[in-house]
Design a protein around this ligand. Structure first.
Ligand SMILES: Cc1ncc(COP(=O)(O)O)c(C=O)c1O
Length: 347
């Protein structure tokens, strides 16, 4: 991906000015204001700037949420297939993971609400990923409201990962979970960053977003150490992305949308036995390889025989076995080549 001019300039200016020390309070405020303005303009979610706090990355926000905003020992409930680290992090913090497999219908992936309700019995923390990695599912307001009713009834909490929120295609709408009402706002910590949409992950900065005064108050007591992880150039880059990154984001979404369309055509041509649902958001496609006659891991097969690196669906939880996750944020000639090579490997 090419470097994004307003962001590059902001980082270069910061370096030229010697803004490479610890994160100054003024930049924390500027990040809260820039991210808050972006959330309001793009998603209609009005969050006070001071409730948007710096973190090194979104996984660190999840870690802090587990540590400080879920009951001690509470189970971590993850709808699967899921972004792989969600399945590993709970154990590293001494927590029990509960997978809730999503249900595949003809035209969508649906949360299993009855299974979610059972998994949250006695409380717990739901890790919601919206837009969803690896499925590209964008939850509707009705779905989010139904989730919030179950979570509230169980006295549970939610970590809402919205890192892919800027990457929703025309026809879809991202609804921030905590914006759906007072129930969700009261039990949620949201994590996001400009790092996915503007490819800034190596600069290490993200936002931990609170949606109620009690959580924000608690964070004032416990959050210093985690906030210390955000890098100054990363925060500068995030501010520039939220403030001035709109035109580049528009172009990149158009390009990715073209890739999304092309991928459907390429799969039909080269891998007609594969199944997939067009993602409504993200640059990830989850492809069903179970009918392709591959014995064992499809990702291993394609790495070995097609020279193509994919994530094996099984790494995303039991529900992903037989599938692969394909990242289509690629130059189109490369996308054409990898799908053709995958098809050739099967012949
Ligand atoms: C849904 C989701 N959450 C979190 C991350 C990791 O983000 P970070 O590097 O900010 O921890 C990713 C990276 O791909 C992701 O897709």
């Amino acid at each position: 991906m090419v470097w994004r001019p307003p962001i590059a300039k902001a980082v270069q200016d910061a370096v030229a000015q010697g803004l490479t020390g610890y994160l100054p309070g003024g930049l924390v405020d500027a990040m809260g204001a820039a991210c808050g303005d972006f959330l309001l303009a793009r998603h209609g979610w009005d969050v006070p700037a001071d409730w948007i706090r710096p973190a090194s990355d979104v996984l660190a926000v999840l870690e802090s949420t587990i540590k400080y905003f879920s009951a001690p020992g509470a189970r971590i409930v993850v709808p699967t297939p899921a972004y792989m680290p969600f399945l590993k992090l709970p154990d590293s913090l001494g927590r029990q993971l509960v997978e809730v497999p999503l249900l595949r219908t003809e035209s969508s992936w649906e949360l299993d609400y009855a299974a979610l309700d059972t998994a949250l019995a006695g409380g717990g923390l739901l890790v919601l990923c919206n837009p969803h990695n690896p499925l590209g599912k964008v939850y509707s307001r009705d779905e989010l409201l139904r989730i919030s009713q179950i979570v509230a009834a169980r006295g549970a909490r939610v970590f809402s990962d919205e890192i892919h929120a800027p990457l929703v295609y025309d026809g879809g709408t991202h609804v921030p979970y905590a914006s759906t009402g007072s129930a969700a706002a009261g039990h949620t910590v949201t994590g996001t960053s400009a790092s996915k949409a503007w490819n800034l992950a190596g600069l290490k900065a993200a936002q931990m977003i609170f949606s109620n005064a009690a959580d924000r108050g608690k964070w004032s007591e416990v959050g210093d150490f985690a906030e210390h992880g955000a890098s100054t150039p990363g925060v500068v880059a995030n501010i520039a992305a939220y403030r001035d990154g709109g035109p580049w984001l528009g172009d990149v979404l158009d390009y990715l949308d073209g890739n999304r369309q092309l991928l459907g055509e390429l799969l039909g041509e080269h891998l007609p036995g594969a199944g997939w649902l067009r993602p409504a958001g993200t640059y990830l496609a989850f492809v069903d390889c179970s009918q392709l006659g591959i014995a064992g891991s499809p990702a291993d097969f394609f790495r070995e025989h097609a020279g193509v690196a994919l994530v094996d669906g099984a790494e995303c939880g039991g529900a992903g076995r037989g599938w692969v996750r394909l990242n289509f944020a690629l130059p189109r000639p490369v996308l054409r080549r990898i799908v053709a090579q995958m098809g050739a490997a099967l012949r």
